[in-house]
Design a binder for this molecule. Sequence first.
Ligand code: GCU
Length: 418
Amino acid sequence: MTKHQFEAEKFPPEIQEIADRMNIEPDRIPPYQLPELPFSDTVSADEFLGRVRPELVRIMADNMYGPIPPHCDELVFRPRSEGMAFDGLAVRREIDIVCRHRGQEQVLHLLLYIPANRSGKVPVFFGLNFKGNHACTDDPGVTFHPFVRYPDSWTVRFNDNRAGEDARGIAKNGWCFEKVLRAGFASATIMFHDICPDRQNSFDRSIMRLFYDRSEWESPNRPFGAISAWAWGISRAIDCLEAQEEIDRTKIIVHGHSRLGKTALWAGANDTRIALTVSNGSGTCGAKPACRYYGENFEWIRLWNPHWLPESFRRWVGKDREIPFDQHFLMAAVAPRLLYVSDGTDDVYADPPGSFEAASAASRAWKIFGKTGLGETVMPPPGQLIGDQVGYYLRKGGHAFNPENWDALIRFTSAKLK
Ligand code: GCU
């Protein structure tokens, strides 16, 4: 039997108990039906954009993520460094994005690589990273990110509690900058803790304090959670990328893995500057439909990571199969822009067949624009890239985004966005 990816971790017994109870037997899935998308096939493209899309976003905000905070009063792009990288393959630029609001300040450290050999503006991949910019590449020119050692933090636990120079490049397989640059794309990242540390009570170090007072934040009405905060950070990164003269602002791609895949989808639904939204292994509250009783569930999300979502999400815990919306609503809000969903065969808790089904159901939104979304209703075997405006790729293996994923994603992006 496939193990939960975090089974080796020491969870408190009440959390482990939920993991142990999750269904991973396909024959034990009770009959289910994805809720009907709230629009008819005859709605016009203008109506979809003017009325339906905002309504889909509202449904997801009210029921799951909470709103994304507004823009901040002041945004400054402060250059930190610039130089050549990867033997002349790229220009490396580090920029501090200074976000100011209500007298508070938060700095997001952006790392950007631009192909040195280019003609004209280039598309850019942007993704939040888990372990610091320096962990995404061996490039010794990247400023080391001295992140706070949270003894109970997921990132640091998976990093052997190392927060020193030896962490350089440890996550490079998830980024493959040289491959991406050679294919003609720029690539940029920010560590997600810059925006909001992935832990409870992160108020003091997060963008939350730009918008709320502590008492409001800590009340039972906490309006949003880390996923909306991270999505806000993605939009500030886009503000900065748009200001770079080498970047084609019509070709901004946002990608994310796992909890950051959930975040990429939420950002893609909200920020229409994103031309292609990419979510990998995003599971519950990502691409996986909740009504399919398989893999992880709301109870697990809420108990293990209550800070990801607003307090109001409590009301759906244990009611996964009763919700009047589901994750295809979220994906439909990305239409008619490009969407790409991927999973690993062994990442059963993220429910790859469920994600495929939700992407397929969401594809109805692309039809409104006379386009084909996924165009397939049968899940492909591993290794076969499919889809039209909605791409899908299943990789053999577990919970990761790796060089094989980059090959497939570059193929999709080069075909659809260049
Ligand atoms: C856990 C969690 C998932 C999440 C993943 C991750 O597995 O249950 O919902 O996507 O962690 O972010 O790695």
